[in-house]
Design a protein around this ligand. Structure first.
Ligand code: PHE
Length: 359
């Protein structure tokens, strides 16, 4: 037994000298001190020894166990082991950086297109009064078109210009600028607008609009068309065409809604699936499918516009006999959804980095 104890300690020391990393120290611990170790085997022989031998070797084994434990711990704590080498040439992890929100980017892009053709950016106010949001824009109190601009009213005392509200469109910016500045004017006014709409894939109670307008002595619908065509060509693609559909807005006359030719199917209304997608769909021959962006219509509505109504100019102290103006308003979320093929407006507000990272 004595011999075996000596031998075991010898083996232990040899292994301890040879193996230096943390993993092999763990292995030494299992081999020499674990439940199936040689030490455990020696302990199991104790019951078969004589009474005197039991006392001597029992003690000797316990001393050996303590020695090995202390030596192992010493080696671990003094760190005399070789650590795995750090490879300094290995590429480091690129830290995540913040970036502008996609709506901010689209907003800035749109504004800069108009700035490049001479428009100035002037922001209006988010809290408006009834006069600026409605009356001055030719929407009287009892006019049914007020329903189209369903509004959040603020529970605070009224001003001389009616109840306070969260603006339901950016058109009141036209009024604020026209009352305070003299024509010629060419202004772009971006900002948040609020409508008590039920939230779904295409509606939100808060969204962003960009208002644009110009007032000068000789302006007509063709100037409006030219400006909007320039915008569509720069923002979407030089080969999109515009379609003006007659519409009604109380603050413009004549008024129109403007569509661009679908940027996905290029106004073909349907598209031929590629061979790959046919294969995936398990079909042999290419099939045509309805364009999922324009729903087969070939056109996408992007904004509302028109020539500023003479009564709106009058409300701002500008003579409709001398001056004429055009105005347009577009939803930033809608434009961003069309450009990037986003099918749910809520994605813009949820701040999921996996979504935002893509822009
Ligand atoms: N204010 C209108 C809306 O919110 C858009 C618009 C602006 C239409 C300017 C014509 C001229 O729907």
């Amino acid at each position: 037994m004595e011999e075996k104890i000596k031998q075991l300690f010898q083996e232990f020391n040899n292994r301890l000298k040879a193996d230096n990393d943390a993993k092999s120290l763990e292995e030494i611990k299992t081999d020499f001190l674990g439940r199936k170790s040689s030490l455990a085997k020696l302990f199991s022989q104790i019951p078969s020894l004589s009474k005197e031998e039991k006392a001597v070797y029992g003690k000797a084994l316990n001393v050996l166990k303590n020695k090995m434990t202390v030596l192992l711990e010493q080696k671990l704590s003094t760190g005399q082991m070789t650590e795995p080498k750090t490879d300094l040439t290995f590429p480091s992890r690129i830290p995540d950086t913040g970036s502008l929100h996609v709506l901010t980017k689209v907003n800035r892009q749109i504004c800069s297109i108009f700035e490049n053709i001479g428009f100035s950016v002037i922001e209006g106010t988010e809290i408006e009064d009834e006069w600026h949001n409605f009356e001055a824009l030719n929407i009287p109190l009892d006019h049914p078109s007020r329903d189209a601009f369903d509004t959040f009213y603020l529970d605070i005392p009224e001003s001389k210009k009616g109840k306070y509200l969260l603006r339901s469109h950016t058109s009141p910016s036209q009024i604020r600028v026209m009352k305070n500045a003299k024509p010629p004017l060419a202004v772009i006014s971006p900002g948040r607008v609020y409508r008590p709409d039920e939230v779904d894939a295409t509606h939100s109670f808060m969204f962003h609009q960009i208002e644009g307008f110009a007032v000068a002595e000789s302006l007509d619908f063709s100037h409006l068309k030219g400006v909007l065509l320039q915008f569509a060509h720069t923002f979407f693609s030089p080969d999109v065409s515009l379609r003006f559909r007659p519409h009604f807005f109380p603050f413009t006359e004549p008024s129109a809604e403007v569509d661009i030719s679908c940027i996905i199917c290029r106004n073909k209304k349907s598209f031929v699936q590629t061979d790959k997608s046919c294969l995936l769909a398990g079909r042999r021959k290419p099939q045509t499918a309805k364009c999922s962006v324009c729903k087969g219509k070939g056109w996408l509505e992007i904004l509302g516009c028109g020539m500023i109504h003479p009564d709106v100019l009058k409300a701002c102290g500008i003579s409709p006999k001398k001056y004429r103006g055009f105005a347009f308003g577009m939803g930033v979320e809608r434009i961003a959804m069309l450009k990037y093929g986003v099918d749910d407006i809520r994605l813009f507000y949820e701040n999921d980095v996996r979504f935002l990272d893509q822009f």
